[in-house]
Design a protein around this ligand. Structure first.
Ligand SMILES: Nc1nc2c(c(=O)[nH]1)N[C@H]1C(S)=C(S)[C@@H](COP(=O)(O)O)O[C@H]1N2
Ligand SMILES: [Mo]
Length: 333
């Protein structure tokens, strides 16, 4: 998402392919000379695609079974369905942004190195009592449901996927924040031994994102622990990630280890890197361009279609009221 180098997402749609043609794609990229561009994206990307190439021998079948597998599928909440076809599972799970594992879209194999048990989540800061809870205890305590949500990346591609998980509001209530808390900050794991991207010291690891308490307790804010009726794959942010579908995708932080309640607005990962392009609010708005491209339309993953982008990504009826009185803020970047 940075200024200085060519991006994986600038590749044409036909190159954004599922794993079945992964090897062919790599050969094709090399043939086009694009592999070289991706591999040597100048000073800012030392590994990216190549890190996952080294991992191609990983056998997914060898991974230990996910202990939460028996929880899914969960009942779909029909209040949150959309009028778009669901993105093919193969595509949503092999075309990812997860900079901890590299800056290309092809990190799904590299992400299999992420150990997801044991996994604990710490609830701290302005709460009645700080505590750390094991993921499986948290899953048992939260009311799980499935929601089909749109996802709109700031890079102007989109997908529509069935997340399973629970309302972030349930977790906020469980954490018992003090009334002085104004924001919740969510932080990704940090372990550069397994996440090669975190060796790139010019990024402000760990990845953090934040919401106001009003946003976090809006009914749409969701913590995804499953995807397509199964535990969420590592590359999509196992064992738990945020899904805030009215905001650009970078707000939806993956593989969370900490929720901190605070009265200070946090500076998020992308905001720290490039505040002029990636702000705190990041609400989807087709009329407010990114400094380097239009946000008026989006490329629908897997279909080749370009469709108009909607204000708040089509979720205005749920969230527009959150921003009354905040018109002076940069709400849309
Ligand atoms: N920790 C972490 N979370 C992250 C990212 C990341 O690089 N690291 N990328 C973000 C961006 S830009 C997008 S579009 C979504 C992509 O989610 P997906 O790979 O499940 O589609 O994750 C978001 N969450
Ligand atoms: Mo994104």
């Amino acid at each position: 998402m940075l200024i200085k180098r060519p991006k994986g997402w600038e590749l044409p749609e036909r190159l954004a392919t599922p794993e079945s043609v992964y090897m062919n794609r790599r050969a094709l990229l090399r043939g086009l000379g694009i592999g070289t561009v991706l591999a040597g994206t100048g000073a800012l990307a030392a590994c990216g695609d190549e890190a996952s190439a080294d991992n191609e021998a990983v056998q997914l079948a060898d991974l230990p079974p996910d202990p939460s597998a028996g929880l899914y599928p969960v009942k779909r909440n029909e209040r949150y369905t959309v009028d778009r076809p669901i993105t093919e599972e193969d595509l949503a799970t092999t075309y990812n942004n997860f900079y901890e594992f590299g800056s290309s879209k092809n990190i799904w194999r590299a992400a299999q190195d992420l150990p997801i048990r044991p996994w604990t989540v710490t609830l701290d800061g302005m709460v009645e009592q700080e505590r750390t809870v094991a993921i499986d205890d948290l899953l048992a305590a939260m009311p799980l449901e499935e929601r089909v949500y749109r996802h709109r990346c700031v890079e102007a591609w989109s997908m529509t996927v069935p997340w399973s998980g629970f309302a972030l509001k349930s977790l906020v209530e469980y954490a018992k924040p003090l009334s002085s808390a104004k924001y919740v900050v969510m932080q990704t794991f940090q372990n550069s031994d397994i996440a090669p991207g975190q060796k790139q010291v010019w990024y402000p690891w760990p990845y953090v994102e934040g919401l106001t308490i009003e946003e976090a307790t809006n009914e749409l804010a969701f913590i995804a622990t499953g995807l397509y009726g199964k535990p969420i794959p590592r590359q999509n942010g196992a064992p738990l990630r945020l899904a805030v579908p009215w905001k650009y995708g970078f707000k939806s932080v993956k593989s969370i280890v900490r929720f901190t309640f605070t009265d200070k607005r946090p500076v998020s990962f992308w905001e720290e890197l490039q505040a002029s392009e990636y702000g705190f609010w990041a609400n989807v708005n087709p009329e407010v361009s990114h400094p380097r491209w239009s946000q008026a339309s989006e490329r629908v993953l897997g279909s080749g279609d370009k469709v108009p982008t909607l204000l708040y990504n089509g979720y205005g009826e749920y969230v527009a009221d959150l921003y009354k009185g905040l018109e002076g803020e940069s709400l849309y970047m």
